[in-house]
Structures are given as C-alpha cells and as structure tokens.
Ligand binder design. Structure first.
Ligand code: SF4
Ligand code: SF4
Length: 443
C-alpha cells in the first residue's frame, strides 16, 4: 500500500513503524474472510482492510479522527484473526494499537462513554476494587432485567445497554481469594526448575482455582512456583483501551519486580494462565523498544514469558487417573491461537493425558469476549458468543476447555456445559481435584 507521510512525520518512530506495516499490505482482502466483524456486519469498513485504510488516513492527515473512524476501530475485537490469514505478514496488532492510542489522545468521546471507559480502566486492573465492583454488580443484577433490551442488536450500543451487559457478566458468588503475593510453593521431590506465575487481576478474583491448578501441576512435577510480590496487572486492559501511559507504567513496574526475582532466586520462565495477558507480556519488548532504560530488560522479560501449556510441553506429565471418555471441546482463545500462534500444544497435552479432544467448527472466530469488548460492544459480542456456542454444541462435549478467563466467562454465559481451564483438566488427570466450573452470568 502506498503511503504519503512527510519526512517530518517519518522522524517519529511510531509513524515510521506504521509506515512499514502499511506498506506491507497489498490490499488483497484475504483477511476479510476470517474477520468476525466483517463476517457479521458485511461492511468493508468493519474489515481489517477497511480499518487499515482508515488508520492510514488518520495517521497521514495527523488530524483528530472523525466519529465514523472511531466507530469502526472501536468495533475491532483485536482478535488478530486477520494476522493469521494475511499472506503478507502485515502486523495489524501494532497498527491498531497505535490507532487506539491516537484516538484516546485526539478524539473527544461523549462524556458518558469517557466515564464508562475511565471506570473500566480504573477498576479492572485492581483486584480489590474489582472484587468490590463484582459484589456491587451482583446486587445490581436484579435491576438489569428491568433495563430495556433493544429488539434488534446494535453495533452502536447505548450506555444503558452497556451497563446491562456489564451487570450480566457478574457471577452469582465469588470464591475466596487465592494465595497471597509473595508466596512460594516448593517443588515436590527433586527440584527441576523455578518459575514465576502471573497472578492476573480479574482472574484472581473470578477463578483463583485456575492458578491453584497450575501450582498443583507444576509443584507435583518438581517445579518451584513463586507469586512475585508487588506484581501488577500486565497492562493488557488499558493497552486495549488506548491508555498506553497506564499500560507502559504497569509493564515497567512488572519488569522491575520480575527482573529482581530472576536475579535473586532464578527464573526459568514467567508463566501465564490467561492468554490475553500472555500476548501483551510477550509484546513488552516491542512496546518499550524506544525506552533506553527498559528496552533491553523488556525484551528479556518477553522472552521469559510463556503460556502454561508451552512450558508443560517440555515436561513429561504423569497422568495418574483414567477420567473415562470425557469429551472436551477445545476453544482456542484468539490471544493464544492468533496472538501467540499456540494452536496444537494445548490439545496435544489434553489428548496425551487421557481426554477426547474435539476441535470446534469456525474455531478461528472470536467468542466476543476480547477484554472489555463484551461490555463496550455487547450486541456484536453476544452474536459472536451465540455463534461460538452453536458451533461448540455440534461436537456434543462433556466440558469446554479454554486458556483464557475472558473466553471462559463469555462462553459460560450462554451454555450449561461446564467451562474449565485447560490447566484444571491437566491437574485432574495428574492427581488433582475434578475441575470447578465457571459460573454463568445473567442471560
Ligand atoms: S490479507 Fe494482509 S495484505 Fe491482504 S488486505 Fe489483509 S492485511 Fe492487507
Ligand atoms: S483484529 Fe479481528 S476484528 Fe479486528 S480487523 Fe482483525 S480480524 Fe477483524
């Protein structure tokens, strides 16, 4: 794609990077076929190619984006299916990340929308506040039913619709908090390694059982696990809202504490059980590439970050139980399959450990969770969820497995089939308890 940035614009490293990405696009349109919003809405401007044009125009003109441009960028799930499909290697993720930052900086959203986004950005990354917010949301759920639901799904939802979607995601009850930051879980038997386990923010409130299962599996196989003190939210939530000041501050803080843990006790890896977080931590090196102090450490931390299934593939797990013929529909989270290119490993681990694993038709399409997307774009998100659940139903599973808490909550909101994390199944197969179940929200 031809670009027309001035030399002065190209002196900005972000614009130089955008220029490189844009020039790689040959506007073939292959990506449109696998883009969930194009599949649902059929509008070229809601396809990757259409958005790439809009972003190019916005950056070249260097003027505040119009409401129409913002609408189409906001509808993007950042699912990255387009990157998997693109034959030219266009890095859409880095382009749309930059566009979101530009929108946040230059576009004045309506007051109610600004307020909603500010609340999400403030509450979600802080587990204590998030827990309090979930309790409040639970109290508010009965009122959600009284809020009007539009007869036809809208791709430009009202504030009330978004609040209703937010309340619907609140679980009926919350589990007790998991182990405290700073805890160390010694290896059972001979020690074979030492890892940090990302504690996460929303996940540690909604389902601490996931990291408990990871700790069980790892320690049982000789790996010491540390929950690093003073670790923060990875920054993914604010990064996807275009609030990079917050996201980068969190990245720097995490790099600092992980680096010092690695220097003091040694770390073979930083393990992540929420793939949305994993994708962003693996991108810290890129996000901080222009930061003289942090560029090197960020690249090293990104290299240490691994999804839990990636790490476990290098260990011979000892299955100790026959679960019988438990059929698992494996939901491949976008951040895992498109963001981190991890597709076969989780399924192989499950099969090797005694489960009957089924692929879900249209597995490349997002379930509609996408961070805060199911709150900000509830109608598109619900349509994607319903489509995902219909596809899952075709394989008649006993359980649904996924590697990302956002997908688990989203899918559980529309099915009575138990939704569990892949690591919970591996824990079960190697001697742990039968997996807990993600509570469905209000439907
Ligand atoms: S598939 Fe790649 S090269 Fe083709 S239009 Fe989409 S982003 Fe551009
Ligand atoms: S990230 Fe997903 S929703 Fe956004 S343009 Fe690419 S395929 Fe479409």
């Amino acid at each position: 794609m031809k670009t027309e940035f001035s030399l002065a614009q190209l002196a900005n490293p972000d614009i130089a990077e955008a220029d490189k990405i844009l020039r790689a696009c040959v506007h073939c349109g292959f990506c449109t076929a696998t883009c969930p919003t194009y599949v649902l809405l059929g509008d070229e401007l809601d396809s990757p190619r259409g958005r790439i044009y809009l972003i190019k125009e916005m950056l070249e003109k260097d003027k505040p984006p119009t409401a129409d441009v913002v609408k189409h960028i906001d509808r993007c799930l950042s699912c990255l299916a387009c990157m998997t499909t693109c034959p030219s290697g266009v890095n859409y993720m880095h382009l749309v990340d930059q566009a979101r930052v530009r929108i946040e900086r230059d576009y004045s959203r309506p007051l109610t929308e600004r307020a909603l986004r500010a609340v999400l950005a403030w509450v979600l990354p802080r587990p204590k506040l998030f827990r309090a917010g979930m309790i409040l949301a639970r109290l508010g759920r009965p009122f959600a039913a009284l809020l009007p639901t539009p007869k036809t799904a809208s791709a430009t939802p009202t504030l009330l619709r978004r609040i209703k979607a937010m309340l619907a995601l609140a679980p009926g009850s919350l589990p007790a908090p998991g182990p405290a930051a700073g805890s160390v879980f010694p290896a059972v038997g001979e020690k074979r390694g030492r890892v940090a386990l990302l504690q996460g923010c929303a996940q540690q409130v909604l389902a601490p059982r996931i990291n408990q299962a990871a700790i069980n599996v790892l320690t049982r196989h000789g790996i010491e696990v540390v929950l690093v003190k003073d670790e923060q939210c990875c920054g993914a939530l604010t990064h996807h809202l275009g609030q990079d000041g917050d996201a980068l501050a969190r990245a720097r803080a995490n790099i600092g504490v992980w680096q010092s843990e690695a220097e003091q006790g040694g770390l073979d890896a930083i393990l992540v059980t929420a793939s949305g977080c994993g994708t962003v931590i693996k991108d810290y090196g890129y996000m901080l590439r222009e930061d003289r102090e942090f560029a090197g450490p960020a690249a090293r931390i990104s290299a240490l970050a691994k999804d839990i299934t990636e790490y476990l593939t290098g260990i011979d797990l000892n299955p100790s139980r026959q679960q019988g013929d438990v059929t698992i529909a494996y939901h491949s989270a976008c951040s895992l399959q498109h963001g981190q290119k991890i597709t076969a490993l989780p399924k192989e681990l499950l099969s090797k450990n005694g489960f009957v694993v089924k692929d879900v038709p249209e597995s490349h399409l997002c379930c509609g969770s996408a961070g805060t997307y199911n709150i900000l774009q509830p109608d598109i998100a619900s349509r994607l969820r319903d489509r995902k659940i219909a596809n899952i139903a075709t394989v008649k599973p006993d359980m649904i497995a996924a590697g990302n808490i956002g997908c688990m909550v989203q899918i559980a909101g529309g099915t009575s089939v138990p939704v569990v994390h892949t690591i919970e199944l591996l824990d079960w197969a190697t001697g742990g308890p039968k997996p807990g179940v993600t509570q469905p929200g209000l439907n």
